[in-house]
Design a binder for this molecule. Structure first.
Ligand SMILES: Nc1ncnc2c1ncn2[C@@H]1O[C@H](COP(=O)(O)OP(=O)(O)OP(=O)(O)O)[C@@H](O)[C@H]1O
Length: 580
C-alpha cells in the first residue's frame, strides 16, 4: 500500500506537481526516471563492486580513509547502541570504509549498507550519498524520499568531504535501517555528520601542511584552539595553497581564493601571522572580515624545513657545524677533503660566523698532532717565535684575524714558515682576500685555498642552531615560545653566531619559567649600525636572502633591515619569482 502511494507520488512530481517533498528530492526523482530510466517498483539488489574493484577504490581513497578514521571512530562511539551505521564513500559513491554493529551485519549487507556497495545516484536511485554527490551539500534522504521501493525503510544523512583544493573527495553517511517517521528525527544525525566531515577536512589540511603556515579560524574565541570552524593553508608569501570547505564560505567569492594572498581576502597579512600564534591570548587574535565582521585566528607556523642532511664522508667535528644548511654543507665538504693534506687555508667571513671554530674542526680532522692558536692583533715577532719554539711534528698554526698582523711580524712569519715546514697555517680574516693587505709572497704561503663561511642571515639552519645552543647551554627544559622564535628567525644578525649565542644566553637568564617569550629577548642590534661587515664583506643578493627565508618576505625584510614594501619593489624590479 505504502509502495503504491510512493509510486503514485513520483508520478505526480514528474507531471510537475508540488507534493511537499524537498526540492532536491523531487529533482533527483526526475533524474532517476528521465535520465537513468529507473522504475521505482523494481527491487534492484544492492550494487556491490567486486573485491578487486573495492581494493582499487580503497587504494585511491587511502589518504582520506586515514584522515577520516579516528573521526569516524569517535562518531560511531557517539551513536553506538542506536543502530546507526556509518559509511565513508569515495567521490564516486563506493563505500570504502564502514562502521556498523556486528549484530546486524546480515541485514546491513542485504540493504547495501556495507563495504563495496555503490551508492551513486545512477545505480541506487535517490539516496543520501547519491544526492550529496550531486548537490555537494549535506542532505537527509529519509524513508520514502528514496526513489526505489527497496530502500524506503532507510534513513540516510550524508555530508560531503572536500579536499584542500575544493574538490569533492568523499561522502560521510550515517544511516538507520529503521527510523521514526518524522524527518526532523534526523536533525541530530545531520549535525553530527557535518561536524565530523569538517573535522576530517581539517585533519587532512593539517596533515598536508607541515611545511606551510596554517591559519585556523573561528567565530568564537572559546573554540578557536580546540575546534576551529575553518582553516587555510598559506605559503611563506601568504598565498592560499588550500582551504577547508567552511573557509570558502567565509569569503565573498570563495571559488577564487586559491593562489590569492591572504591580505586580499582577510584583514591579515603574512607579517601578522606570528602575532596570531597560540602563545597570544585568544581574544587578542582578531581578524577583520571584508564585510566588517570579525573572526578569531590561530596561526600555526611551518615546521623547520627538514633538509636532506647529506652525510659527511667522515662526520665528526666538521659535520657538527651545521644542521643541514646547503651552503655550509658544501663548505664543510670542501673542508673535509682539504683537512688531511698540507695546503694552508685562509678562512674568511664576517665576524662571529665561526671561522675559528671551523679551523679547529679542520685540525681535528687532519693528521696534525700539535695545535697552536695565535691572535694576530698585537702579536710581536718575538712572541711568534717563542710560541713556535717547541713545535715538533705536524702542527696546526691558527692565525686569528691575519689582517691585523704588523709588517714586522709578517716578515718574521714568512721566515718561520720557511724554517718549519711541519707548521700548517690556518688563517682567519673578516676581510675579503683582496683587501687583506699582506705582502704577496706571504699571502700565497697562507692562502693555498680560501674557504668562506656564510653569514648567519643566509643560513637555513638558524632554527637548528638556536635549539642546539639552548639545549647545550641553558637548562634542559628551556624553550622558545613560537613568537619569540619567529622574532629571532627574522633578525639580521650582524654579529652572526656569536650574537645569537649572546641573545639566547640573555633571554635564558631573564625568562621566568621554562619558556622564553618576546619580552625576554634583548632588542635586535640596528642592522644599519653593522658598518664593518657591510663595508668589508660582499653583500649577498636579494635572491639569496629570500631563499634563506623560504621566500617569507616579512622575514627577508627584517633580515635586511628594510620594510616589506621595499622588498616587494626590489623583487619586482629584479623580476624575481618564488621557486615553483
Ligand atoms: N657552526 C657552529 N655551530 C655552533 N656554534 C658555532 C658555530 N660556529 C661558531 N659557533 C660559535 O660562535 C661563536 C663565534 O665563533 P668563532 O669565534 O669561531 O667566530 P669567528 O668567525 O672566528 O669570529 P671573529 O672573526 O669575530 O673572531 C663561538 O662561541 C662559537 O662556538
Amino acid at each position: 500500500m505504502k509502495a503504491a502511494r510512493h509510486v503514485e507520488e513520483i508520478g505526480r512530481v514528474l507531471e510537475g506537481s508540488q507534493t511537499g517533498r524537498d526540492s532536491f528530492v523531487s529533482a533527483s526523482w526526475r533524474r532517476c526516471v528521465e535520465l537513468y530510466g529507473m522504475d521505482p517498483m523494481r527491487a534492484d539488489p544492492a550494487h556491490i563492486v567486486t573485491d578487486a574493484e573495492l581494493r582499487d577504490h580503497r587504494k585511491q581513497a587511502e589518504w582520506m580513509i586515514a584522515a577520516a578514521r579516528s573521526g569516524l571512530q569517535s562518531l560511531f562511539r557517539q551513536v553506538a547502541g542506536q543502530n546507526y551505521v556509518l559509511l565513508l564513500t569515495d567521490a564516486k559513491g563506493v563505500c570504502v570504509d564502514f562502521f556498523g554493529d556486528d549484530l546486524f551485519t546480515e541485514d546491513l549487507r542485504s540493504a547495501g549498507l556495507y563495504l563495496g556497495s555503490n551508492w551513486s545516484e545512477d545505480l541506487a536511485g535517490t539516496c543520501g550519498v547519491g544526492a550529496c554527490i550531486v548537490t555537494q551539500e549535506p542532505v537527509t534522504v529519509h524513508q520514502d524520499d528514496h526513489f526505489g521501493n527497496a530502500h524506503i525503510a532507510l534513513s540516510c544523512t550524508a555530508a560531503p568531504i572536500f579536499d584542500s583544493l575544493g574538490q569533492l573527495a568523499a561522502v560521510l553517511d550515517i544511516s538507520l535501517l529503521r527510523s521514526p517517521a518524522p524527518k526532523t528525527s534526523q536533525n541530530l544525525a545531520m549535525s553530527l555528520v557535518t561536524t565530523a566531515a569538517r573535522r576530517v577536512e581539517m585533519a587532512n589540511l593539517m596533515a598536508e601542511s607541515p611545511r606551510d603556515w596554517v591559519l585556523r579560524l573561528s567565530s568564537s574565541p572559546e573554540f578557536l584552539d580546540v575546534d576551529p570552524e575553518a582553516a587555510v593553508r598559506l605559503d611563506g608569501a601568504g598565498r592560499v595553497l588550500g582551504y577547508t570547505r567552511a573557509a570558502r564560505r567565509l569569503f565573498p567569492d570563495g571559488s577564487t581564493i586559491l593562489g590569492h594572498r591572504i591580505d586580499e581576502v582577510l584583514g591579515v597579512s603574512v607579517d601578522d601571522l606570528p602575532d596570531l600564534m597560540r602563545d597570544r591570548p585568544t581574544e587578542e587574535r582578531i581578524i577583520e572580515m571584508p564585510d566588517g565582521g570579525a573572526l578569531f585566528g590561530h596561526a600555526i607556523a611551518p615546521k623547520a624545513p627538514r633538509q636532506p642532511h647529506q652525510r659527511m664522508r667522515q662526520g665528526g667535528a666538521l659535520a657538527g657545524l651545521t644542521g643541514g644548511d646547503p651552503g655550509m654543507m658544501r663548505l664543510l665538504d670542501q673542508a673535509e677533503r682539504l683537512a688531511p693534506g698540507a695546503v694552508p687555508l685562509l678562512i674568511t667571513g664576517e665576524t662571529g660566523t665561526g671561522k675559528t671554530r671551523l679551523a679547529r674542526a679542520i685540525h681535528m680532522t687532519s693528521k696534525a698532532q700539535g695545535f697552536l692558536s695565535l691572535e694576530c692583533a698585537g702579536l710581536s715577532a718575538q712572541a711568534l717565535a717563542e710560541a713556535c719554539l717547541d713545535v715538533a711534528g705536524p702542527t696546526t698554526l691558527v692565525l686569528r684575524r691575519i689582517e691585523d698582523l704588523s709588517p714586522e711580524t709578517a716578515t718574521a712569519l714568512s721566515g718561520l714558515l720557511d724554517r718549519r715546514p711541519q707548521l700548517r697555517p690556518l688563517s682567519t680574516s673578516c676581510l675579503e682576500p683582496a683587501r687583506i693587505g699582506l705582502p704577496r709572497p706571504l699571502f700565497h704561503r697562507l692562502a693555498g685555498c680560501v674557504l668562506t663561511v656564510p653569514p648567519l642571515r643566509l643560513r637555513r639552519d638558524l632554527d637548528w642552531l638556536m635549539t642546539r645552543h639552548l639545549r647545550r647551554h641553558a637548562a634542559d627544559t628551556i624553550r622558545l615560545s613560537p613568537s619569540a622564535r619567529a622574532d629571532l628567525m627574522g633578525r639580521s644578525w650582524p654579529g652572526n653566531i656569536r650574537e645569537l649565542e649572546q641573545v639566547l644566553d640573555v633571554a635564558a637568564a631573564l625568562c621566568v619559567g621554562p619558556v622564553i617569550d618576546l619580552p625576554d629577548l634583548p632588542a635586535a642590534i640596528d642592522p644599519g649600525a653593522d658598518a664593518a661587515p657591510a663595508a668589508t664583506a660582499p653583500r649577498e643578493s636579494l635572491e639569496q636572502v629570500l631563499a634563506a627565508c623560504d621566500w617569507n618576505m616579512a622575514r627577508a625584510a627584517r633580515r635586511l633591515g628594510v620594510n616589506r614594501s621595499t622588498i616587494l619593489r626590489r623583487i619586482r624590479a629584479a623580476g624575481l619569482h618564488p621557486p615553483a
